[in-house]
Design a protein around this ligand. Structure first.
Ligand code: COA
Length: 217
């Protein structure tokens, strides 16, 4: 809403007009704005999902990467596509968007100008089987000051809980910092406690205003 058109009931009227009786409607409030919360409450919407932005200054020192014996961390090769899709589907089986990534989605993301195979870090076991990956993203200079993103971290379910999430996240932070990022950002569901534990221990912080809220009715 344009700033000088606010507080006249227009937001509520627009939200009401966009809502059809008998149909599930979802709506995002970017920044968890109190006006959105008031409109949502007035129209009977419930708060169903919170997406947190977490940030870490790249200038904060990083501990060195020390991986498990036998685990190799390396960049992506085209022959890894199938394994990346399988680990992604298993790790994000319950995730509303990321879990559905198929070969066409993967190819589309890899054709973006920011894609860098060395920034898609894989952890593989001695037999070459994929245990997990961390896909980093270097944002183009048109997006503001140089910043990088923890784009996707996925550990195969059978390899979770042994420190690989932390190791791969850390390896990606080193990669992004070496390429000049001044800040690293990421998006995480607020109820994803294992992921939050990894990120918080690596120095990421969340400000309450950096929250996107999904409402549904
Ligand atoms: C989130 C994920 C990447 C973490 O990777 P992981 O290899 O299982 O995690 P790690 O073994 O490195 O554990 C890291 C920390 O999380 C903690 N942790 C693990 N499960 C936890 C839980 N359910 N609640 C709280 N903390 C938990 C561990 O104790 C460990 O803490 P420590 O460093 O103090 O020992 C992994 O579980 C995963 O792929 N999940 C599905 C996909 C996903 O959610 N990705 C992140 C999207 S933003």
């Amino acid at each position: 809403m344009a700033p000088d058109a606010r507080r006249r009931g227009l937001g509520r009227a627009l939200a009401e007009a966009a809502t059809r009786p008998g149909r599930v409607t979802t709506a995002w409030s970017h920044g968890d704005h109190p006006a959105a919360a008031a409109i949502a409450a007035g129209l009977g919407f419930a708060r169903v999902r919170e997406l947190w932005v977490m940030r870490r200054p790249a200038t904060d020192p990083l501990p060195p990467v020390s991986s498990d014996e036998g685990v190799t961390i390396r960049g992506y090769r085209p022959s890894d596509a199938e394994a990346v899709l399988a680990v992604n589907a298993a790790a994000f089986a319950d995730h509303p968007e990321q879990g559905g990534m198929d070969a066409a989605d993967l190819a589309a993301r890899m054709s973006e100008p920011w894609f860098d195979p060395d920034g898609l870090l894989l952890a593989v076991d001695p037999d070459g089987a994929l245990l997990g990956f961390h896909w980093t993203k270097q944002h183009p200079p048109t997006d503001g000051p140089p910043h990088g993103e923890v784009y996707v971290v996925a550990i195969a379910p059978q390899a979770q809980g042994r420190g690989l999430g932390r190791t791969l996240t850390l390896a990606g932070l080193h990669h992004l910092t070496a390429r000049g990022a001044q800040e690293i950002v990421l998006y995480v569901e607020s109820d994803n406690l294992p992921a939050r534990a990894v990120y918080e221990r690596l120095g990421f912080a969340h400000a309450s205003s950096d929250t996107h809220v999904m409402y549904a009715r």
